[in-house]
Write a protein that binds this ligand. Structure first.
Ligand SMILES: [Zn+2]
Length: 219
């Protein structure tokens, strides 16, 4: 607590929307994000389903995610951002098999290539997954899914180029640990789904039984 107090004194937090001091996303601004309160079943080529908390068209969510992933790299935004995913699940009324007693699910973050990891200093999907793992008490499998190929930023490519960009970019280490597992695959934004589909494909190839995507925002 004393440490937090000092940190706040040295580096005060401000709401990214209204500049209120003390917090990155205040209650009022959080309310205008309109967290998605229902689930539309999604059926991808390899992804079994997809859950997303916010529509990426909302300027505030874009701003928050941008400040998380790019300068000034506010790593601590993983907390309010992952809480949006948690809230989304609280708002969906039907009970889900992912959490609680007897859950057979494991969390896996979409990995980054080492050069990008060094540049950012952290993997944003892994930071989100850490928070979700703590909150839901679901094991996090780190470094089982790795990225072995440098790719261009998906956001800078046309839709039809994105699939080729991520093809064969991922690898599963320790296949026997993935076999028959049910996976919640974590990322920040879902756009065309090329990255998550490629990850789901390689996880299924390693024997995963189900791969369900969880993201903050869908574009
Ligand atoms: Zn605010």
């Amino acid at each position: 607590m004393a440490k937090n107090f000092l940190l706040n004194l040295l580096f005060p937090k401000f709401c990214f929307n209204c500049q209120m001091e003390g917090i990155y996303l205040c209650e009022d601004c959080r309310a205008i994000l309109n967290i998605n309160n229902h689930h539309q079943v999604f059926s991808g080529k390899h992804l079994n389903d997809l859950y997303w908390a916010i529509d990426y068209k909302k300027p505030l969510i874009k701003k928050l995610i941008h400040n998380f992933k790019y300068e000034p790299f506010v790593k601590e935004l993983s907390k309010p951002l992952s809480s949006l995913i948690i809230n989304h699940f609280q708002l969906i009324e039907k009970p889900l098999p992912f959490f609680g007693e007897g859950s057979e699910f494991f969390l896996i973050p979409v990995p980054l290539y080492e050069k990008r990891l060094r540049w950012r200093g952290f993997n944003q999907a892994q930071e989100l997954a850490k928070q979700l793992s703590l909150f839901w008490n679901i094991p996090l499998l780190n470094n089982y899914l790795i990225k072995i190929k440098k790719t261009f930023l998906q956001s800078q490519l046309a839709k039809q180029e994105r699939l080729g960009n991520v093809r064969n970019a991922f690898l599963v280490k320790n296949q026997e640990k993935i076999k028959n597992k049910k996976i919640l695959l974590i990322d920040d934004v879902f756009t065309t789904g090329a990255t998550m589909e490629e990850c789901a494909w390689i996880l299924k190839k390693a024997g995963a039984q189900q791969v369900i995507g969880l993201v903050i925002a869908r574009d």
